[in-house]
Design a protein around this ligand. Structure first.
Ligand code: HEC
Ligand code: HEC
Length: 200
């Protein structure tokens, strides 16, 4: 993936507006991330979108990567290295910066499963006594506090994340996601990932 000169300039200007004190090293830090996450941080498979993600959540994940507690294959391969030398101050600045960018829906799910996904998201699964996703992730899947935005993330990423809790990864993940994900069937995961990929 190549960054054009003008895009680089926009990134640097955008960053300078957020961190007027920031020097060369800080804008380089952003570029290190957008190389994989996309120039506008809207995601570039397999890296998820970061634009509009919750600041607290991004910071928590950066800590989990650097402490190796987020341990699924792509995290090991890509994010353990990317966070190895990140100072807490830089991690904080990056989390803040990405949280201020506008998110964009990936729109890569299956439209035929959208209605089923919306129903599980909004109403939950009364049969398995599982709370509806909306209770924590918000009416428009925008997240709140440390609870992440899900709206607009890529189908492939959401599906992988929901499957991996059941496969035993993210041992240190906070409750309640390992338990909730374990109640979802393969079809329900596909429906939820489809629906969420279309949410703006
Ligand atoms: C070499 C590619 C690469 C680079 C460089 C990179 N990332 Fe990532 N990042 C990924 C991939 C791939 C994932 C998905 C991991 C997974 O599947 O769980 C990811 C996941 C993340 C997540 C978790 C998002 C979520 O929704 O849970 C955050 C936060 C993140 N990266 C931030 C950053 C930041 C900040 C930087 C720059 C310091 C950065 N990344 C650099 C590839 C990269
Ligand atoms: C009781 C609150 C709660 C409920 C209900 C809940 N979640 Fe979560 N969810 C969380 C928290 C907290 C996290 C962050 C976990 C972490 O920090 O690692 C999370 C993380 C996630 C992630 C990871 C996002 C990313 O960017 O990697 C996905 C995907 C997800 N939840 C999907 C769902 C779905 C689908 C449902 C409904 C079936 C649901 N959640 C219900 C609290 C909840």
């Amino acid at each position: 993936m190549k960054l054009t000169r003008s895009r680089r300039a926009i990134l640097v200007i955008g960053f300078a507006a957020v961190f007027p004190w920031a020097g060369h090293a800080e804008s380089l830090a952003i570029r290190n991330c957008t190389w994989c996450h996309g120039v506008s941080a809207h995601g570039y498979s397999p890296a998820p979108g970061l634009a509009g993600q919750r600041r607290e959540y991004i910071q928590n994940q950066l800590k989990n990567f650097s402490e190796h507690t987020r341990d699924n294959p792509f995290s090991r391969l890509y994010m353990w290295g990317a966070t190895a030398n990140l100072s807490p101050a830089t991690a904080h600045g990056l989390a803040f910066y990405f949280s201020t960018l506008s998110p964009q829906a990936a729109n890569d799910g299956n439209r035929e499963l959208e209605a089923e996904g919306r129903s599980i998201y909004q109403l939950g699964m009364p049969d398995s006594n599982t709370a509806a996703c909306v209770v924590c992730h918000g009416p428009n899947a925008e997240g709140v506090g440390e609870i992440p935005r899900l709206g607009g993330l890529a189908y492939t990423y959401l599906k992988r994340r929901l499957e991996q809790w059941g496969e035993g990864y993210h041992a240190a993940a906070r409750p309640p996601m390992p338990r909730i994900a374990s109640k979802l069937s393969a079809n329900q995961i596909e429906a939820l990932a489809s629906y969420l990929s279309f949410v703006k």
